[in-house]
Design a protein around this ligand. Structure first.
Ligand code: MSP
Length: 521
């Protein structure tokens, strides 16, 4: 692999970011940081989805223009990602000129290819999904199953896209490429949807929705928000129907497009068909993650249980986002639903980060100071086979798990390795060795533990970049996180620390989280 291009879903800006949005972006940041430890060219795209009826209506209700609403909330998303340590390569906003002009070209190309036709249509539109729904998809009370709102009846003459033309080709692509849709338990769901697929409306009349990109050569219509939004994955790279940019040629097809399970249909089916029509290669993989609930309940404004990531950091007085990042991505296996609860958060990060990893480093460094004035003598540099093998195995397994986007499982491997090292310390009791005057043996144990900590810092980096950085610092090592250099950068003989330099890399979290959850507007 010589490049790695990852995209996230782009968030609607009718509200502020909550921890469901944050879950996805943290997951993607962790994946990108991990791959940046293995290859040089990682490109990470995220952004905001700014058109459509939902945004128009929210702006109207607040008596501001849609653009003002977009500017305000897009900034909020960007600020939140900065607070969470999310380091993307590009942030695309669908109201940017670079995007709008290309979306119009894409629409034109679909017309030229004979894939668009005009058609009068009567349907049920859910503004929450920004999508037409079939009567058979509704709940027994006639509500959208995802948003529990009654869809609006719409009667319009719109442009339609010949989705049915691509049905067989998409089914074939899914069957021929087992990695295309992940996790694989999602495949049947998509195939079933494909079997019932119909052509889709790809424009709305300006009288119903004015906040959108105009259909080229038809002032009465705006382009359907999902066609607009999905195109961001290539418009951001400078795709052009006639003359694609070097960046597009370099990064497309995406290695992975990460999205929530609720929008898999749009990506696996609509997006694949658009790309096929444009003659553009399909992404290598579309990965659908599960949803985050709060205290086992779906987040919703009406329940008032929507939590903003910043409120969690504030309530627990966390200066750095590492603990929240770690907790969020380890709360569920990829594709499965996860849950956030204050108690669980505190318990998990105290157990793994403060006790298992943090305490191990702290105790070992303190012993090194107490017995050896903070110095690793050259005679201590002798590997314990068990620890060496366990560390090397963990390094291989973490990479293998990341290859399959098994992020929570990879974190377990790190924790397991730290458990093994803790057990090694308990079994070899360096404090007893010191008491018995077996100073060389004691020093060897401490060297092995600290060398293992270095490996832990490398593997932990994507989840907890700040904690990882502190571990390197306390070991007096240059931060070196590349997997290819893990052998060369071993801990060397010499004085590495003194009493004043040692502090917990992650102090236990004890503060009580205000039970009164902050409401996201
Ligand atoms: N704008 C569309 C995506 C267009 S992509 C071309 C959209 N926006 S969204 O704001 O509703 O959701 C953005 C992402 O956040 C989606 O992948 C969605 O699944 C995810 N999540 C929203 N709420 C979530 C949870 N409660 N839990 C986990 N992810 C959630 O859909």
């Amino acid at each position: 692999m010589n490049k790695f291009y990852l995209t996230t879903a782009i968030d609607y800006v009718n509200g502020k970011p909550h921890i469901g949005h944050a879950y996805e972006k943290i997951l993607c940041d962790v994946i990108c940081r991990h791959f940046s430890q293995r290859i040089d060219d990682v490109y990470f795209l995220t952004g905001t989805d700014e058109h459509g009826i939902k945004i128009q209506k929210t702006a109207d209700s607040r008596e501001i223009t849609p653009q003002q609403l977009c500017d305000e909330n897009s900034s909020s998303f960007q600020q939140t990602w900065a607070d969470l340590g999310i380091e993307y390569s590009d942030f695309i906003r669908t109201t940017q000129e670079r995007h709008k002009k290309t979306v119009q070209k894409i629409f034109k190309k679909l017309v030229e290819n004979g894939d668009i036709y005009k058609h009068s249509y009567k349907g049920l539109y859910c503004s929450g999904c920004e999508s037409f729904l079939n009567a058979r998809d509704l709940t027994a009370d006639g509500l959208c199953p995802d948003h529990l709102k009654k869809p609006e009846e719409v009667f319009e003459e719109n442009y339609f896209f010949k989705l049915t033309k691509y049905k067989d080709a998409i089914i074939k692509h899914i069957k021929d490429n087992p990695k295309f849709l992940q996790p694989d338990f999602k495949v049947n769901e998509v195939i079933k949807q494909l079997e019932n697929i119909e052509d889709i409306s790809v424009s709305r009349n300006k009288n119903s929705v004015s906040w959108g990109i105009p259909v080229p050569d038809d002032e009465e219509q705006v382009i359907y928000v999902w066609i607009d939004a999905l195109s961001n994955y290539i418009t951001a790279l400078g795709y052009d129907t006639e003359n694609p940019s070097d960046k597009f040629k370099k990064y497309w097809p995406a290695n992975v497009q990460v999205i929530g399970k609720d929008i898999l249909k749009f990506h696996a089916i609509y997006w694949s068909a658009i790309l096929m029509s444009l003659g553009v290669e399909l992404p290598q993989s579309i990965c659908a993650h599960g949803w985050i609930t709060i205290d086992e309940t779906k987040m919703s404004k009406s329940l008032g249980n929507v939590i903003a990531p910043a409120d969690i950091l504030k309530a627990f007085e966390l200066q750095e986002p590492d603990a929240l990042r770690y907790y969020m991505v380890t709360s569920a296996s990829f594709g499965r639903d996860g849950n956030y609860s204050d108690e669980d958060f505190k318990e998990k990060v105290n157990a793994d980060l403060a006790n298992n990893i943090g305490n191990l480093l702290n105790r070992s460094l303190n012993m090194l100071v107490k017995y050896f004035d903070g110095e690793i003598k050259s005679e201590f540099i002798s590997n314990d086979d068990c620890i060496l093998n366990a560390g090397n195995e963990a390094i291989i397994n973490v990479q293998k798990l990341f290859d399959g986007y098994q992020i929570a499982e990879a974190a377990n491997v790190i924790v397991e390795f730290a458990n093994t090292v803790n057990k090694y310390v308990a079994d070899n009791a360096p404090w007893t060795l010191a008491k018995e005057g077996k100073m060389k043996e004691c020093g060897i144990v401490l060297y092995n533990v600290l060398e293992a900590m270095r490996k832990i810092a490398v593997m932990l980096y994507p989840y907890c970049p700040n904690i990882s950085g502190k571990i390197f610092k306390q070991l007096s090592l240059e931060k070196s996180i590349k997997y290819s250099q893990i052998e060369q950068n071993k801990l060397q003989a010499g004085k590495i620390t003194e009493k004043e330099k040692i502090s917990p890399v992650f102090p236990r979290m004890d503060s009580e989280f205000a039970t009164d959850k902050k409401k996201v507007k």
